[in-house]
Design a protein around this ligand. Structure first.
Ligand SMILES: *[C@@H]1O[C@H](CO)[C@@H](O)[C@H](O)[C@H]1NC(C)=O
Ligand SMILES: *[C@@H]1O[C@H](CO)[C@@H](O)[C@H](O)[C@H]1NC(C)=O
Ligand SMILES: *[C@@H]1O[C@H](CO)[C@@H](O)[C@H](O)[C@H]1NC(C)=O
Ligand SMILES: *[C@@H]1O[C@H](CO)[C@@H](O)[C@H](O)[C@H]1NC(C)=O
Ligand SMILES: *[C@@H]1O[C@H](CO)[C@@H](O)[C@H](O)[C@H]1NC(C)=O
Ligand SMILES: *[C@@H]1O[C@H](CO)[C@@H](O)[C@H](O)[C@H]1NC(C)=O
Ligand SMILES: *[C@@H]1O[C@H](CO)[C@@H](O)[C@H](O)[C@H]1NC(C)=O
Length: 807
């Protein structure tokens, strides 16, 4: 609908003829566009008013309970996530009793209030600086105001182009196009913008090409360079001179380039920003710092609840770079990658050996191939997916059911094939050095994270998944009062389905029958309704489908309050380092509350502000929440179509796995809807908690703290997008740490797009260049900038041994 507003393309081609006459106007237009693009939209987390962040939620949580796994326990518990008994015998048993130790209001360390927030993080490493948040808020707010003010100053003519509010824009442009009173302005502003961009593009590309591989940049030269890039009226002529003649006066671009070339030739002793080293760790090229902290794992008192697969982030996050596997090649592109990947990229044969007979993975020549199966669907995931829908038509893949959680995902074929049904699947499995399931999934271009159902809540808000699926995931749902199943209950939408296909559903061995009985009892007491018990005859498996209630009626009617309802004070959305609890949250019934209704069908839900965003609430950018949401979406559609898709020399058909490192409403991901990509939306724990909104619109994401490493394998994303993230985390932790993490996550030749304050951007650029990254695109205006960087295959030669990761 809103696209029309940006489709006024007509004037663009002829635009250059206007240049000489209306330089001034163009200049003004450029300023405005620049300001709008850089600031307005991307102005971040300003208001924590209506949405509290994960950080603050935890605080509350932490006082509530801390699970204290008792170290001796006799129950034998099925292994989790594993199909194959041979692989991890030590995990085979885990304990049964979990007692909550502290629930007193006894205020010692643990009774944090909402205001006294920073403690929860104290267990971990960062967060020295509680004042940071307010400060950054202040800063960005000022900028918005500037932006707005400037817009106002900037002549009535320009109102149309891009004042900050999507709404305003819409109104104005409608008005204008209706009247057509001012066609010249229209044209000029549009053409101004595109022209400006392509010019910069050219400049930067040249610069990049010629200065390829240079290691350091003189700070001063950089500043001048960025000035150079910026439109002054005479810009185009100046640039022409640069390329055509090096006559009487040279341009800054040329000077800087020469300077850099000179520096390059006298390379070693120039100011090297940072000396990178290669990580020497036991996990080698598969290093995940928070999951491979072997020292912390050795010190665990117990591993009965899979503590050794949970996150244990090092106090001093590594700043070394992860080595490449031998023979690493650019990953095969989607959708071919769903069927086969390079063996050398993920050289783990164990899974192939073990699972070979199950038709998961095969080694064939240089490839690992995935015949489309999984243990539960040897004869085709698509068949299995369709059987599910036939048995419960309400599931309606790709309409009612859009966002799925797949627990213990194997190689994630289920999620991989659900793409064909317009369904987005978050797959999770524990990191396992033998099987590397999640690594296969990501290499295939299928979303997945390394996570375990252990002692802590999953890093998702409550009531966000339309469907939760577990095929033979071997999570012991029925034990310990159903604690783990109750966690699924937390993240499942009221009215959502739990699909379970595992041997207890359809086999008659004594163990299976026992588990089936326990599950039947448990799910009944949880008020889950058995919707269907069905068979996939082709794959020869049984499937049971439960539905979570949409009201509290059943809870209230239960003879025993078991499992208990959670305390009213228990925030179901608190998920960051929050211990699991064996209780159920009430279903929201108030019509204005999230969860009281099912979202719109896909894909209407992508564009509409959720019904529970109220105009009385203030959004992250300071407008009423629903407008905030909409203008964010308009903004990102604009940025993506005008800039990311066209101006950055990114070949999007090579992009598959995308991460938005600082999602607000998921607008960036929504704007990529038409592309063949998926986007992991990360909501930092110290940002307003907008993750439920992202899910409500049919996208997915996770909470994270960027001072720690992300639970993904190295080289798993093609593109990272960081909108005003680095300047923010810079205040919390060392930029080098975050840059090293970005390098770890990104595939060679992958891109990092950063929009941020110029100062941060310059620092970042030096760091990136010192890792031999290329900077094919750069743009800045006043204090704001945009940068697109590309990782290379370069690795350092020096080695740093990370002792806590040596085992
Ligand atoms: C554990 O099991 C063993 C044998 O199965 C039994 O002798 C012992 O008493 C049990 N311990 C506890 C704490 O239940
Ligand atoms: C907890 O606090 C409440 C009120 O603050 C008080 O009435 C109660 O006695 C306290 N309980 C304990 C165990 O300290
Ligand atoms: C809190 O409880 C612990 C034991 O549960 C006790 O030792 C301590 O004195 C209590 N503190 C206060 C302030 O009541
Ligand atoms: C809360 O913070 C205030 C000021 O930062 C401090 O004086 C107070 O002791 C803190 N309270 C707790 C329980 O940490
Ligand atoms: C700029 O360069 C283009 C070709 O590169 C040329 O056609 C144009 O005339 C030049 N403009 C000026 C002002 O030199
Ligand atoms: C890596 O660490 C191991 C264990 O500390 C050590 O034996 C080895 O020499 C190190 N490798 C390099 C290249 O430093
Ligand atoms: C983009 O990548 C695809 C697939 O690798 C390739 O076929 C196509 O030619 C590329 N396009 C451009 C413009 O490089």
């Amino acid at each position: 609908m809103a696209l029309g507003k940006y489709s006024r393309v007509d004037g663009r081609k002829s635009s250059s003829s206007y240049c000489s006459t209306v330089t001034l106007v163009v200049f003004v237009a450029l300023c405005l566009v620049g300001v709008w693009m850089m600031t307005s939209s991307s102005v971040i987390p300003i208001q924590n008013l209506e949405v509290s962040s994960q950080d603050s939620k935890n605080k509350v949580k932490e006082q509530v309970s801390e699970s204290n796994p008792s170290s001796e326990n006799n129950d034998t518990i099925p292994k989790q996530f594993e199909d194959n008994p041979g692989v991890l015998p030590e995990d085979a048993t885990k304990g049964g009793s979990h007692e909550k130790t502290q629930k007193e209001n006894n205020t010692s360390q643990n009774s944090n209030t909402f205001e006294n927030v920073s403690d929860s993080a104290a267990e971990r490493n960062q967060e020295e600086n509680p004042e940071n948040k307010p400060k950054s808020e202040g800063a960005s707010k000022t900028e918005t105001e500037n932006g707005e003010r400037r817009t106002e100053d900037g002549e009535s003519k320009m109102v149309d182009t891009d004042s900050e509010a999507g709404e305003t824009r819409k109104d104005n442009s409608d008005g204008n196009s209706g009247i057509q009173g001012n066609p010249e302005n229209d044209k000029k502003s549009d053409s101004g913008e595109s022209e400006k961009k392509s010019e910069e593009n050219t400049v930067m590309k040249q610069d990049g090409d010629k200065a390829d591989g240079r290691i350091e940049v003189d700070g001063e030269a950089k500043d001048l360079l960025s000035n150079e890039v910026f439109p002054s009226g005479a810009k185009s002529e100046l640039l022409n001179e640069t390329t055509t003649q090096n006559g009487a006066w040279s341009t800054q671009a040329a000077e800087s380039k020469n300077e850099k070339d000179a520096q390059k030739s006298s390379e070693p002793n120039q100011e090297v920003v940072y000396t990178w080293k290669l990580c020497n760790v036991t996990a080698g090229p598969d290093y995940i710092p928070c999951l491979d902290n072997l020292q912390a794992i050795r010190n665990l008192r117990t591993t009965k609840h899979y503590e050794h697969r949970e996150r244990h982030c090092p106090e001093d996050p590594p700043t070394c770079l992860v080595p490449l596997p031998e023979g690493y090649q650019r990953p095969i592109e989607w959708p071919t990658s769903r069927d086969k990947i390079w063996y050398r990229n993920v050289p783990h044969t164990k899974l192939a050996e073990v699972k070979g007979h199950q038709n998961w993975v095969k080694v064939s020549g240089d490839y690992l191939s995935f015949p489309g199966g999984g243990t539960q669907f040897k004869h085709g995931a698509l068949h299995y997916i369709d059987v599910i829908q036939q048995s419960v038509p309400d599931i309606a893949w790709g309409k009612r059911s859009r966002v799925v959680l797949d627990v213990g995902c194997g190689v994630a074929s289920f999620g991989g094939y659900l793409f064909d049904r317009d369904v987005l699947t978050m797959s999770l499995a524990p990191k396992d050095e033998h099987e590397a399931q999640v690594q296969f999934a990501l290499e295939r271009g299928i979303p997945a994270i390394s996570a375990v159902m252990g002692t802590k809540r999953l890093l998702f808000p409550s009531r966000v998944f339309d469907v939760v699926h577990c095929a033979r995931c071997r999570v012991p749902w029925h034990i310990e009062g159903g604690k783990l199943l109750l966690e699924l209950n937390r993240v499942l939408r009221p009215g959502g389905f739990f699909i379970w296909s595992a041997t207890p559903v359809y086999q008659t061995r004594a163990e299976d029958v026992g588990i089936w009985q326990a599950m039947t009892e448990l799910t009944k007491s949880m008020c889950w309704n058995v919707v269907k018990l069905t068979k996939d005859k082709v794959n020869k498996v049984g499937i049971v489908i439960y539905q979570k209630p949409t009201s509290n009626e059943c809870y209230e009617k239960r003879a025993r309050n078991e499992p208990p309802l959670c305390e009213e004070s228990d925030d179901p959305n608190a998920a960051w380092n929050v211990p699991l609890q064996a209780c159920m949250h009430r279903v929201p019934v108030d019509a204005s509350e999230r969860g009281s209704r099912w979202p719109e069908q896909w894909s209407a839900r992508l564009e509409k502000p959720p019904y529970w965003l109220l105009s009385s609430q203030i959004g992250v950018y300071g407008k009423a929440a629903p407008e905030d949401f909409s203008s964010d979406y308009e903004h990102w559609k604009h940025v993506v179509t005008k800039s990311y898709l066209t101006e950055m020399e990114i070949n999007w058909s090579k992009v598959r796995n995308v991460m938005d490192m600082n999602s607000i409403y998921g607008g960036f991901a929504a704007a990529l809807k038409k592309l063949n990509v998926w986007v992991m939306n990360v909501v930092p724990v110290d940002s307003p908690d907008t993750l439920p909104i992202i899910y409500e619109r049919g996208l997915f994401g996770i909470y994270h703290d960027w001072c720690e490493s992300f639970s993904t394998y190295p080289r798993s994303y093609d593109l990272l997008h960081a909108d005003h993230l680095f300047s923010k985390i810079q205040k919390k932790c060392n930029l080098v740490v975050v840059v090293a993490e970005a390098d770890r996550i990104l595939r060679p030749e992958g891109r990092l797009i950063v929009r941020d304050k110029l100062q941060t951007l310059n620092e970042l650029e030096s760091l990136l260049k010192s890792m031999h990254w290329q900077i094919p695109f750069k743009y800045s205006k006043d204090t704001e900038g945009l940068l697109c960087a590309q990782k290379t295959l370069w690795r350092p030669t020096e080695v740093e041994t990370i002792t806590y990761a040596i085992g």
